[in-house]
Every structure is written in C-alpha cells, then in structure tokens.
Design a protein around this ligand. Structure first.
Ligand code: HEM
Length: 522
C-alpha cells in the first residue's frame, strides 16, 4: 500500500515537473518572440543607422495604426489636399519624422518601409528572396489563395498555366462580355437621367459592372452563379479585414465564434458553387461540346496542355487549385478596376478640359461604332489619363513582402521574419522624381510614354513589377478603356455638391462616401 502511494506520488510529481518545464519552455519562447527578439532586432537596425519607432510589447504599433486610421477617416479632405495623411496617417507621420527608409512594428515583427524606387525594383526582381507576407490568421486565406499565395517552383507552375488566359489574343474574345456589362450600366444611368441630368453615386454601379465583367469572363454562360460568388466574396473580404486588424492567437481559428463560423460557411459555399461550374464544364468537354473561351475554360485548357506536355499530372493544377484561382480573379480583378474607373470619373469631373479632350478622341476614333480591340489599343489621350489616375490613386498604394533568411536590402542587413512595405504611392508622389507639379492631375506628363514621365524611369508601379507583376494588367486596361469610351460618348459629368472627397483603403484605395456625380445625357 505504502509502495503504491509512493509510486503515485512519484508519477504525480513527475507530471507536475513536466508541466512546470513545459510552461517554462513555452513561457520562454513567448518572451523571446514577444520581447527579446524584437528588442535585439531594434538594436541591430539602429546600429545600422536606420531610424524608427521604439518597440512596444506584443502589439508594437498595431493599435496606433488602427486608431490613427480610424481617426483620419472621420473627416473628408479638400480636393486639393494631399491624400497620404488620410490613407496612411501613422506611416506618413513616421516618414516625416525618420526620413525615407524607416521601421515601425507590426506586432512583434519589424516593418521596414521602402520608398526608394531602385530598391523596390530590386525587391520585385528577386521574388524568391522577397516573398509575399504570410502568417496572421489562417482564415484570411479563405478570401483567395491561388497564384498570389504560392512561392518558388509552385508559383512558376501556377503562373505558367494562368498566363495564356490573359494574352491579348484571348482577351479579344472577352470584349463582347465587357460590352454587355458596360451597356447594362449605361442603360441604368439613362433610366435615371431620362434624357436630362441627375445625381448618381457612380461607385456602386462601377463595382457591379466590374464584378459582372469578372463573372461573365471567368465563367461565361454561368455568370449568374458567378454573381452569387461575387457577393459572398465581398462579405468574406469584410470579415478578413476585421480579422487582420487584430493580433492572431494561434489556434483561435478553431473557436466557434460568429465570425469564424461565417467565414467557414462562406468558404464552403463559394467552393461548392465553383466546383459545380467546373464539373459542368468538364462534362461538356468530355462530350466534345464547344466550351466557351472564358477564363475558366482557358485555365482548364492550359492546365491540360501542361500535363500532356510534361506527361505527369503533378505539373498541372488540381481542381482545388483551379477553384482558388477563380476565387482570386474576383478579389484581384474586380475592386482594383472599379477603383481605377471611379477615380478616373472623379478626376475628369474636376478637370473638364481633360474630359473634353478624351471625348473628342473617343468620337474621332469610334464615332458611333462599337469599340473594337484595335481602336481601344490606340487611344492615346485616354491612356495618358489612366496612367495619371493610377499614379495619383494606385488601387494598391503599398505592397507587402517578407524575408525568410538574413537578407541584404540596399546597405541594410535585415533578420529573417522582417516585413517590408513597398510604398508605391509615396514614390508616385515624390517631387524629386516627378517634378514640382507632382500633386497635380496632369496626364500630359505621360505624352511620351511612362519612361519619359519621370527623372528615374523605374518610378511607376501601379501594377507591381518584376516577374510577379499583375497578370491581369491588359485585362484591366482593356476593360477600363472600353468603359470610359462608352461613358464619355453618352454622358458629360461633373462633381455633385454632395460629393465628399474621402479616399481610404479597404485593401484597395476607394472613395469612402461614394462618388456622387451629376450625369448629363449627351
Ligand atoms: C487597375 C486594375 C489592377 C491593378 C492596379 C492591379 C494591381 C496589381 C498589383 C500591384 C499586383 C502585384 C501585387 C504584389 O506584387 O504584391 C497585382 C497582382 C495580381 N493581379 Fe492585378 N491589378 C489590377 C487588375 C487585375 C485584374 C483585372 C486581374 C484578373 C482578372 C488581376 C489579377 C492579378 C493576379 C492574379 C495577381 C498576382 C500575380 C502573381 O502573384 O503572380 N489584377 N495586381
């Protein structure tokens, strides 16, 4: 009996000892992660001459970034004001305090801010070393994975299969789908103006149009189902942003919170809808039916070709991969193009001389004719205008990267795990690069092309750069040009007195209170 009780207490004692050691190990790891490592990094960055914020336990600058952004969003600004302090108030103040390259803290991670165009070009070129930011809440991935979410050989494989779907030769066949979506929007506006003028918040209309374009071009005849997917993806985007604005506690994605449950339900529904569309398509293909030349069809074809060429299915995408790519097209291609169009209409409302010049060009090139790919590719004034809008209002004002091993960036040596923020917009607004009129809307600066518009040719990055440059760039340019042609031909427009200038970012750069314009039928 005594022996039994002794062995019980020995076991109990052992368990307590294990628990104490485990607590100490995890406690130490946590302390190292949340305090010692960031402090060591801070010391090393300062020793290398880089200025930045003092590290604060666990949250770093996260709370202030959220607070200052919320604060900035409370008030609209004047049309002539610099928009940077409203969009990234915290980083704007830090840049003014510390200079061009500096660091802040994203939780316990150092965030090094880069505003040197040559350095950014190097980072884009070395895409294996400088990868997309990972970590945080794994549920955020539910919005879209696909090609944006892979690195190294996997990225090469995805990109190789996706690229052919976005060749201009293929996009040509999507022009009718662009045209239908755009005509629907124009008809709605005609219904509102009834031959005269009226105030329209054009932003939601442009969003519907660009989502319709993606629904039609991604899934062809199944675009009604595509629309439903789009709505679900929009809801998911809002939930992902909420999740991204808080520190992620490992394992908390499994908790049955309202947000977690909704995110998982949306993900399941989106995946199942896309799977149904794909299965229908595969059955049609097996029967030898003519499958449409939409993004999904092109993706499936390109995938088949790659597998046949390499003789092994591991070189192709799985059906789950294809689903993720389709989800990604909504996310990557819809808001971005809607934002480009909405800022274009806002700027042309202010700068009516450019609106007139653009309209003259449209009437000269097309008259009443249906816009074709040739004409759209030769619109010089419209092209200059779109370049200038993307300079002043890039849909992605800054891009994130991270490093996984000690890496040299310029003359800095950064530790593994460092995040980098590449400030495209700050470069687009740098007077040293663009001249004293940098804050003015002046499409003329692009009259001789992008390379002649700045003192340093590699200073314009609305579509990113290097091998991971936006795959949908020509798609977006074509869609935006066509939409502008159709709008300019039918309406003149100016800002309504009820418009408040309030650019803000929800992943992309948007007008916070909409875009109220007075449309007048021509
Ligand atoms: C005005 C419209 C658009 C802008 C300004 C834009 C901007 C960008 C930027 C800046 C990147 C690079 C991101 C980074 O390096 O971290 C990117 C990547 C990407 N974009 Fe776009 N985009 C637009 C339209 C589109 C469209 C219409 C699609 C597809 C339908 C699309 C699909 C993608 C994809 C798939 C990637 C990831 C490429 C990769 O990682 O290899 N984008 N875009």
């Amino acid at each position: 009996m005594e022996a039994m009780s002794m062995s019980f207490s020995a076991v109990w004692g052992g368990m307590v000892a294990v628990a104490v050691v485990a607590t100490m190990v995890y406690g130490w790891r946590f302390f190292n992660w949340a305090w010692l490592r960031p402090k060591r990094t801070e010391k090393s960055l300062r020793e290398q001459g880089l200025a930045g914020n003092r590290y604060r336990f666990l949250f770093g600058d996260l709370k202030e970034v959220v607070q200052t952004t919320e604060q900035a969003k409370l008030k609209p600004i004047k049309l002539t004001d610099n928009i940077v302090p409203r969009i990234i108030p915290f980083y704007y103040t830090a840049a003014n305090t510390y200079g061009n390259t500096f660091f802040t803290w994203m939780g316990p991670r150092p965030l090094v801010h880069i505003t040197d165009p040559l350095l950014i070009r190097q980072i884009f070129a070395n895409y294996n070393q400088f990868q997309k930011i990972r970590g945080g809440n794994p549920l955020s991935k539910m919005l879209a994975k696909g090609v944006v979410d892979v690195e190294g050989d996997q990225w090469v494989k995805h990109r190789k299969i996706i690229n052919p779907a976005f060749h201009v030769e293929k996009l040509k066949h999507m022009l009718p789908a662009f045209h239908i979506s755009c005509s629907e929007m124009i008809s709605k506006w005609e219904g509102m103006t009834k031959g005269g003028s009226c105030e329209v918040d054009v932003y939601p209309h442009l969003q519907t149009m660009t989502s319709d374009v993606i629904s039609r071009t991604a899934f062809g005849s199944s675009y009604e189902e595509g629309r439903k997917i789009f709505e679900l993806q929009m809801e998911q985007a809002k939930l992902v942003i909420q999740a991204a604005q808080s520190i992620y506690i490992p394992g908390s994605r499994f908790l049955p919170t309202k947000r977690n449950r909704r995110m998982k339900a949306i993900d399941a529904e989106v995946k199942s809808s896309i799977k149904k569309i794909i299965n229908k398509r595969l059955t049609a293909k097996e029967k030898g039916e003519n499958t449409k030349e939409d993004l999904l069809g092109l993706l499936l074809d390109s995938n088949d070709k790659e597998i046949k060429q390499q003789g092994n299915s591991k070189f192709g995408l799985s059906i789950d991969d294809v689903i993720e790519e389709c989800k990604l097209f909504y996310f990557a291609g819809q808001e971005t193009t809607a934002n480009l169009l909405v800022w274009t209409l806002i700027l042309l409302s202010q700068h009516t001389n450019w609106q007139e010049r653009a309209r003259e060009e449209v009437l000269r090139v097309f008259g009443d004719r249906k816009p074709d790919i040739d004409g759209l590719s030769h619109l010089k004034i419209i092209n200059m205008i779109l370049h200038e809008v993307l300079r002043l209002y890039p849909p992605g004002p800054a891009l994130g990267r991270m490093i996984h091993e000690e890496t040299k960036v310029g003359n800095l040596t950064l530790p593994p795990g460092t995040f980098l923020l590449l400030h495209l917009m700050l470069i687009h607004l740098d007077a040293n690069l663009w001249g004293d009129d940098v804050n003015e809307f002046n499409p003329e600066r692009f009259a001789e092309g992008v390379s002649k518009a700045t003192k340093e040719p590699a200073s314009y990055f609305p579509f990113g750069g290097g091998p991971r440059v936006c795959v949908g760039q020509t798609f977006a340019a074509l869609e935006a040009r066509l939409a502008l042609v159709m709008i300019l031909r039918r309406f003149s427009f100016k800002l309504s007195p009820s418009y408040s200038h309030a650019p803000h970012t929800i992943i992309t750069l948007q007008p916070q209170f909409g875009a109220q314009l007075i449309l007048t039928e021509l």
